[in-house]
Design a protein around this ligand. Structure first.
Ligand code: NAD
Length: 493
């Protein structure tokens, strides 16, 4: 296991107009490391006035930033990418410290975020707009215009990657961006702010306001914030979406998930078992792309046997990190206890797993696999957000797809098979925005965009790729008639 060092980072502040600023709120939030069950920092629980200060700073720089040519804005992203790469160890350590990921997981998440930074360096090509002659002597030109001051609200589970889905596209498009990171995992946001400054981003284009519900409500309500992106649970996504859009503002709110993997008997045993396990247990199951239900069609016992073997090899601290908090640990364990009481067969039990040496107080829960689960049990229907895989048995693909389709969410789905026909049928009928064929975590690589369906998303479009750029911009169409008959000029032709 790569060691995580305990650190007391003391009192952290907000990042406003290029420097750390005190909050006017007298409330603070304690940041607890899930590796140590100990406070590692405090952040302000910011209020409307704190947000307003950041908005005013952003508003004053916006006209200059908007005027800065797109190549220069993209240049900041080129430098930011290099800075992220050279500070990978520092950032990964902070992610592990406040989130509980392993260092390797933390680095992988930074690399996924970096893909969006790379995509943002190509925005000079994407934001070039369009122009054509639409009638005799008349041209129409279309440009992407930034919106102004915009904001992002992010969850605990990917403290750097999810903010990096938003920041590069929003600011390279010419907006000024305010981030409200998760109050459980705020440490990466400070580093992102410092790295962007080092990359030459003008002060005020990126700001960080810490806090919880009050800060989020202030973002939804502030009249000078033009668009809000949110990633988190569906419950809060819906609240933020309604509150923001009811004020005439643009919002895109990504929510929770309950992803299904359909397994058929012709699937390759070894890679399917590994795929099922990586999808359900990676990041300790705390990711919106984790598949937490495997629907086995007919006899898939050889795959399940191999899955059990693989799961038993998992080492805590090496193959997966901790659960985010004590309440989350208790909630996840509650789902396992409940499934056991309802009659699930526990194939692998992660309760009472042995913590890695030196991390006895951490929130450790090992891989848990439940079999013979009924589709209407809480563990099969609700988002658990922990390392728990429920296996539902069925005998036809039609029935398997009904189970998948009936779930209220729609982030991702996957099929494991060697049959082209099965793969095609399932990818066509899955009610999900992202589908994997023999891939358990089907995160599209940039420039293909990230986003789910159904109650996994409120709003239109996706958060990354071209769709993300469209979210952060408005189209301006200029129609021009070019006068033809100016006698004074005719002699020059
Ligand atoms: P969360 O909804 O509790 O918190 C997300 C953000 O909302 C945080 O910044 C938090 O401060 C704020 N918030 C929380 N309660 C609020 C309230 N009542 N009013 C206003 N703001 C509030 O989510 P979380 O526990 O941090 O993250 C886990 C969730 O995020 C899971 O449901 C997971 O599926 C989801 N998630 C989704 C995606 C996706 O792309 N769809 C990606 C990552 C995580």
């Amino acid at each position: 296991m790569t060691k995580i060092k305990f650190e007391d980072l003391g009192e952290k502040k907000n990042w406003v107009s290029g420097r750390y600023e005190d909050s006017s709120s007298n409330k603070t939030i304690s940041i607890i490391s899930p590796y140590f069950d100990k406070e590692i920092a405090t952040i302000p629980d910011s209020n409307y006035n704190d947000l307003d200060m950041a908005v005013q700073g952003a508003r004053s720089i916006f006209p200059n930033w908007k005027k800065t040519n797109i190549r220069d804005r993209a240049e900041v992203m080129f430098r930011f990418k290099t800075i992220l790469e050279s500070n990978m160890d520092e950032l990964a350590h902070l992610i592990s410290l406040d989130n509980g990921k392993t260092i390797e997981d933390a680095k992988a998440s930074i690399n996924r975020g970096k893909e969006v930074v790379e995509f943002a360096t190509s925005l000079p090509n994407i934001l070039k707009g369009d122009s054509s002659q639409v009638a005799d002597g008349i041209t129409c030109t279309m440009t992407h215009e930034p919106l102004g001051v915009v904001a992002g609200i992010t969850p605990f589970n990917f403290p750097a990657m999810v903010p990096l889905w938003m920041i590069p596209l929003a600011i390279t498009s010419g907006n000024c961006f305010i981030l409200k990171p998760s109050e459980q995992t705020p440490l990466s946001a400070f580093k992102i702010a410092e790295y962007l400054k080092e990359a030459g981003l003008p002060d005020g284009v990126f700001q960080v306001i810490n806090g919880s519900k009050e800060a989020v409500e202030a973002i939804c309500d502030h009249p000078d914030i033009k668009a809000v992106a949110f990633v988190g649970s569906s419950k809060v996504a819906k609240i933020v979406y309604s509150r923001t859009t009811s004020q005439g503002k643009r919002a895109l709110c990504l929510g929770g998930a309950k992803n299904h993997m359909i397994v058929v008997p012709d699937a390759d045993i070894d890679s399917t078992a590994k795929g099922l396990l990586a999808s359900s247990m990676g990041s300790a199951g705390q990711r919106c792309m984790a598949a937490s239900v495997a629907v086995g069609v007919a006899d898939v016992d050889p795959i399940i046997d191999q899955l059990i073997e693989e799961a038993k090899k998992y080492v805590l601290g090496v193959d997966m990190g901790t659960i985010i908090s004590r309440p989350a640990f208790d909630r996840i364990k509650g789902y396992i206890d409940n499934a056991e009481n309802m009659g699930a067969k526990i194939l692998v039990d992660g309760r009472n797993s042995t913590p890695p040496e030196g991390y006895d107080n951490g929130y450790w829960l090992g891989p848990t696999i439940l079999d013979d689960v009924s589709p209407d049990w809480p563990c099969a229907k609700e988002e658990i957000f922990g390392p728990v895989l429920s296996i539902i048995r069925t005998d036809t693909i039609d029935k398997a797809m009904k189970i998948e389709n009936n779930n209220i969410y729609g982030n991702a789905a996957a099929v494991f098979t060697t049959s082209g026909e099965v793969a095609k049928t399932i990818s066509e009928t899955a009610s999900a925005g992202m589908v994997g064929i023999n891939i358990g975590v089907p995160v599209p690589r940039e420039p293909y965009s990230f986003g789910g369906w159904n109650e996994s998303k409120y709003g239109h479009g996706d958060i990354t790729g071209k769709s993300g750029v469209e979210f952060w911009t408005d189209l301006k169409k200029v129609t021009a008639r070019w006068p033809e008959s100016n006698e004074a000029w005719k002699k020059y032709f």
